[in-house]
Write a protein that binds this ligand. Structure first.
Ligand SMILES: Cc1cc2nc3c(=O)[nH]c(=O)nc-3n(C[C@H](O)[C@H](O)[C@H](O)COP(=O)(O)O)c2cc1C
Length: 186
């Protein structure tokens, strides 16, 4: 069974990005085993504690290692990748073996796709930076359109993401393409 790990770039319970991830999980249905990564308790990157890696880092790395593909749903904070997500990705970007000349990480060669919900730009600035980071981390970033949700004031007021037909279509298309991409590249 294909395994997809979803990562929300926001830790808050009512996160719109988490709502988007839940919807994508529903769309994937029984075609893959989908889980949403819980990383709220990981420490800040600190090279003093890098080797051996803290228990929580070992756990999240294991979840990434066991997945066939990673789907990141992220807002943008000040036009950038939110700090909590950047911290997680910094940990995931590090070699598993100290001094490894090949710098193999759990993300090396991993199929990845990105989506995001945010203000007017639909978190596209963060996605642009995430995309550069995915290249730098030597993942296999799927090409093509990615789901971008520009939240409305009604949504901010109600804290509920509205799934318009356009958004459903975008997300569905990305889900279908990602499943196919993983089958070919996983
Ligand atoms: C520190 C901070 C910075 C933010 N900066 C931006 C921004 O640059 N662009 C944007 O569209 N929204 C920005 N927002 C608003 C977020 O898009 C909004 O809070 C969104 O709901 C966060 O995603 P979540 O619902 O998944 O937690 C910012 C929010 C915070 C807390």
């Amino acid at each position: 069974m294909m395994r997809i790990l979803m990562i929300a770039g926001s830790l808050r319970k009512g996160s719109f990005n988490r709502q988007l991830a839940e919807k994508a999980r529903e769309m994937i249905g029984d075609r893959a085993e989908v889980s949403i990564l819980d990383y709220h308790a990981i420490p800040y990157m600190n090279q003093d504690i890098e080797f051996p890696a803290p228990e929580e880092i070992e756990r999240v790395r294991e979840e990434v290692r066991n997945s066939d593909g990673v789907w990141i749903f992220s807002p943008e904070y000040n036009y950038n990748i939110p700090g909590v997500l950047k911290n997680l990705l910094d940990w995931l970007s590090r070699p598993l073996v100290q001094g490894d000349p090949e710098r193999i990480t759990v993300m090396t060669g991993k199929p990845v796709t990105l989506s995001g919900a945010g203000g007017q730009s639909g978190a596209s600035n963060a996605r642009k930076r995430l995309s550069e980071l995915m290249l730098f981390m030597k993942t296999k970033h799927m090409e093509g359109e990615e789901t971008s949700v520009a939240l409305t004031s009604d949504e901010f007021a109600s804290s509920t993401l509205i799934f318009t037909p356009e958004r459903i279509e975008m997300l569905q298309d990305q889900a279908e393409r990602f499943i196919e991409f993983i089958s070919k590249n996983g």
